[in-house]
Write a new protein. Structure first.
Length: 196
């Protein structure tokens, strides 16, 4: 059975790191999962969790970037706040995908505002996508927040290009890894054995 734990509120960078103990406690309460998808786009805690468990662990940011890099030669990311941009750019470098990302664009929409369904919010997201297409020559768009997930199909149809939701990408990759009996390697960086 595949279970996905999604959080409504995603705190970023140093604040996000403070969430790791709670995340680990939640994972400990559910030891029989086949995979774990961490639904915070900056992939907070993914490396720590990969070290501690023996099932595939996916961050929705990494999953979305890889999906975009498979289907487009250049993509742009549309995220929430400007303060998120440096962390996301750092992750793109860590994942070896910075050269495929044209730009990370912030809408200046707080995460919780996404849930309100305000037409002005959707207008800001559409405007950033338009800029990414016209200025970045983006061939695909990555939605840089789990709170944007429900917009994927609508925006893809409207703009005529692939729009990637990290939650959907993360779950799909998790299912593929489980179905192929693949998990995190415990040799090297994600080893949970203490060195003497």
């Amino acid at each position: 059975m595949l279970r996905v734990k999604s959080s409504t509120i995603c705190l970023l960078t140093a604040v996000g790191a403070a969430r790791i103990p709670g995340m680990l406690a939640e994972i400990a309460r559910h030891p029989d999962v086949d995979a774990i998808v961490i639904a915070c786009f900056d992939d907070t805690g993914v490396d720590a969790v990969r070290t501690l468990v023996n099932v595939p662990v996916l961050g929705i940011g990494e999953a979305a970037y890889h999906a975009a890099s498979i289907i487009a030669t250049k993509f742009s990311v549309i995220t929430t706040l400007s303060r998120s941009v440096p962390g996301l750019e750092n992750n793109l470098m860590r994942y070896g995908l910075a050269q495929k990302c044209a730009r990370v664009r912030a809408t200046e929409i707080p995460v919780l505002k996404l849930e309100e369904g305000d037409p002005a919010t959707l207008y800001k997201i559409r405007s950033k996508i338009r800029e990414a297409i016209e200025q970045d020559n983006a061939e695909a768009i990555v939605l840089g927040c789990a709170g944007m997930a429900e917009l994927m199909a609508e925006l893809s149809e409207e703009f005529g290009l692939p729009v990637i939701d990290g939650v959907a990408a993360g779950v799909s990759f998790a299912e593929a890894l489980v179905n192929n009996r693949l998990s995190t390697s415990k040799i090297g960086a994600y080893s949970n054995k203490c060195q003497k």
